[in-house]
Design a protein around this ligand. Structure first.
Ligand SMILES: Nc1ncnc2c1ncn2[C@@H]1O[C@H](COP(=O)(O)OP(=O)(O)OP(=O)(O)O)[C@@H](O)[C@H]1O
Ligand code: SF4
Ligand SMILES: [Mg+2]
Length: 325
């Protein structure tokens, strides 16, 4: 089925999150949605993992299920030495602040009735103060994300989309997280503002020592911010590599098609544009899930699921016939 396997997982001491064989299925009337089908990935301290693929390929579900929202159907998720899929609700509650999320639509993700001060400090009121931030240091946090603390009594609608995303970032940081899931955090913003928010995320990552899972349907957005990129197709992992490696030498036919679709992209792909409809997630194709749209598909692709294998140092692909340099 694009691919499975754990060959790409690392065994270093700085692995913060390790997801193995994660499956997420949603029962619906008339079948089961196979949203995430045997996906494995890891995130090391201070790293940004880009997760990229078309709408519906399971990016959000993959990241959210890693933090048990929803709990995966099967598979394990290791964080700080524990398989958090096995934690009780109370144990999971204790580590919940370590994982924060930032969403696509910054304005609607902020409570319109609360002031910015209340929005940013709410986490401290719910979860308690921590080593990094207290109710007395909210102004410092606002300053560090570029919001003038004098505007703390204003409500979200009085800010632009970019400013609201800065407020969302502050709201996430106040809980002293280890991991922030950024789910299409710049997709709703003007291009000029996108770069500012991406820069802010990078600064905050460095300054506060967080790791990011950065989700986007747009490869050109993940390119610069990500250390490593995982390309997904229909609930499967196609390719995992360092960002530079992936852009210099994309080997999976789906990755190459995504790259060919970037306007004016200076990437090493030929003319393989993405064609054909996305198959149904209720009844995904056998073998490699990309076989119905792949120009290189063979009978083997239609029956045997490719496993991730290393094609360069730290560069893994799940394809029977990858494009190798
Ligand atoms: N609660 C749910 N119930 C049923 N199906 C769901 C549910 N959540 C997600 N799905 C389905 O799971 C699949 C993966 O969805 P997901 O939202 O993770 O994709 P995505 O890559 O984040 O897409 P997008 O780029 O549009 O945000 C899709 O087929 C989606 O319709
Ligand atoms: S060559 Fe086969 S395995 Fe590789 S992407 Fe195409 S269909 Fe999938
Ligand atoms: Mg999504």
């Amino acid at each position: 089925m694009a691919g499975s396997g754990t060959a790409h997982l690392r065994d270093t001491d700085d692995v913060l999150v390790r997801v193995e064989h994660m499956v997420v299925e949603f029962p619906i009337s008339g079948g089961t949605v196979h949203a995430v089908s045997d996906v494995s990935f890891d995130l090391v301290e201070g790293e940004t993992l880009g997760i990229v693929g078309e709408s519906g390929c399971g990016k959000s579900t993959t990241a959210r299920a890693a933090i048990q929202l929803p709990k995966p159907t099967s598979g394990s998720v290791w964080f700080e030495g524990k398989d958090i899929t096995k934690l009780s609700k109370e144990e999971m509650r204790k580590i919940r602040p370590r994982f924060q999320m930032i969403f696509q639509d910054p304005i609607s993700s902020l409570n319109p009735r609360r002031t910015v001060n209340e929005i940013i400090s709410e986490g401290l009121r719910v979860w308690g103060e921590n080593d990094s931030w207290t109710l007395d240091t909210i102004d410092d946090l606002m300053e560090s994300v570029g919001i003038d603390p004098r505007y703390g009594e204003r409500k979200p609608h009085q800010f632009s989309g970019g400013q609201c995303q800065r407020i969302s970032i502050a709201r996430a940081l106040v809980l002293d997280p280890k991991v922030i899931i950024c789910d299409e955090p710049v997709s709703a913003l003007d291009v000029s503002v996108q770069a500012q928010i991406l820069n802010l995320l990078e600064d905050m990552k460095e300054r506060y020592g967080v790791s990011l899972m950065f989700i986007s349907h747009d490869l050109s957005v993940v390119k610069n911010i990500s250390d490593r990129v995982m390309v997904m197709y229909m609930g499967k992992t196609c390719e995992v590599a360092g960002s530079d490696q992936l852009f210099e030498a994309p080997t999976h036919h789906y990755t190459r098609a995504l790259m060919a679709a970037i306007p004016g992209a200076d990437v090493a792909v030929d003319d393989q544009m993405l064609e054909g409809e996305l198959p149904s997630a209720i009844n995904p194709p056998a073998g490699c899930r990309f076989n119905s749209r792949c120009p290189a598909a063979t009978d083997e692709c239609r029956s045997v699921e490719p496993q991730l294998r290393e094609v360069g140092e730290g560069h893994f692909v799940a394809c029977h016939h990858p494009v190798l340099a």
